[in-house]
Design a protein around this ligand. Structure first.
Ligand SMILES: Nc1nc2c(ncn2[C@@H]2O[C@H](COP(=O)(O)OP(=O)(O)OP(=O)(O)O)[C@@H](O)[C@H]2O)c(=O)[nH]1
Ligand SMILES: [Mg+2]
Length: 326
């Protein structure tokens, strides 16, 4: 039996002993507090395996304190149960019991997220020339587009053009037009596939074209279909990003993802992280949509409040507090 037992007055001291003897990749199977029979003082006991040793399984699979704690923690912040279980188990496999230390659990989760989930900065140089944002009303599409345009134009010095595909509201195009003026970049308006093609041709010089679309109510499938016909009716391929607010409920999310299938989204952008109490919905949306995450928006300021989605950020958002036992 390769399992070894380490005891120390505190958790971090016991962990340091494991690391000193078995190395940083040792697998922690469990941790518990007990009373030292000789001194009567409280101690932490860790059961550990050397790296590479087979992890013992119960009839329910690998089950450790850390896995249960992490899974419960993830569920509490809104990660759907199945995904929380998968992540908890994957972390436990990678790092043994994922002991209830914030930084160890976070680091292990980063590794698992990097492996399991796909993160894709959509607007990197050399990527798609035309990218469109679609999604429900008021989710932050126009504001996000302005943030992306400002960064690409003013920071990266790319030649950026905007197109507003808002076929029924003058205000929609006006809002985008104000941003185009502020940034100093051209903007075109289109309302169907033909005028969209013309707009793309007018912006032939641009190396990045960002397309804003009108928000659609979940019931308005006709309007969503019209947006799809416009975006995909032109010669040039359009990379569609679905925008979802971080606090969107499970049922709303399902309806919304179904509604937008016709627009053929390829990436997922999560808005309004700052308005969500818990951030497990990010995982829920990613799993449900089956699309890679591109950007997170974190407030109303243009262009500051946007960041590239990363496993580090998701892990920090999910394990924002201590992993406490419950
Ligand atoms: N708190 C917060 N508010 C945001 C964020 N992004 C956008 N908003 C606000 O959300 C509101 C709606 O933003 P818009 O960009 O107009 O949303 P939209 O999706 O274009 O709306 P429609 O075109 O009507 O579908 C505005 O008040 C924005 O300032 C964000 O990341 N956090
Ligand atoms: Mg808008």
């Amino acid at each position: 039996m390769q399992e070894r037992i380490y005891r120390a007055p505190r958790f971090d001291q016991a962990l340091a002993r494991v690391k000193a003897e078995l190395g940083g990749d040792a697998v922690i199977l469990s941790s518990r507090e007990l009373e030292n029979a000789h001194t009567g003082k409280r101690e932490v006991e860790l059961r550990a395996l050397p790296p590479g040793a087979p992890i013992p399984t119960t009839k329910f699979g690998v089950h450790t304190d850390g896995q249960r704690l992490l899974t419960r923690k993830l569920e509490r912040v809104g990660v759907p149960a199945a995904a929380a279980n998968t992540l908890g188990r994957a972390v436990a496999r990678a790092h043994g019991g994922a002991p209830p230390s914030l930084s160890v659990a976070r680091d292990a989760l980063v590794e698992v997220l990097r492996r399991e989930m796909i993160f894709a900065p959509a607007l990197a140089q050399g990527g798609a020339r035309v990218a469109a944002l679609v999604g429900p009303t008021g989710v932050g599409k126009t504001t996000t587009l302005a943030k992306l345009a400002a960064k690409a134009s003013l920071v990266e010095h790319r030649r950026v053009g905007l197109i507003s595909v808002d076929d029924y509201r003058i205000a929609g195009a006006e809002q985008l037009g104000r941003y185009a003026d502020l940034i100093g970049i051209p903007m075109e308006v289109a309302h169907d596939a033909r005028s969209f093609e013309v707009a793309l041709r007018r912006l032939a010089d641009a190396d990045l074209i960002l397309v804003d679309t009108a928000g659609r109510s979940p019931c308005d499938t006709d309007a969503t279909r019209r947006t799809a016909e416009t975006l995909h009716g032109a010669q040039e391929a359009v990379e569609v990003q679905l925008c979802v607010a971080a606090a969107t409920g499970h049922s709303e999310l399902r309806v919304m993802i179904e509604q937008h299938t016709v627009v053929r989204p390829r990436k997922l952008l999560i808005t309004k992280l700052d308005e969500a109490v818990h951030h497990g919905g990010i995982i829920g949306a990613q799993v449900m949509a089956g699309l890679p995450l591109t950007y997170f928006t974190t407030g109303q300021r243009v262009p500051e409040d946007i960041e590239v989605a990363s496993p580090e950020r998701v892990a920090s958002l999910l394990i924002g507090e201590r992993l406490e036992r419950s």
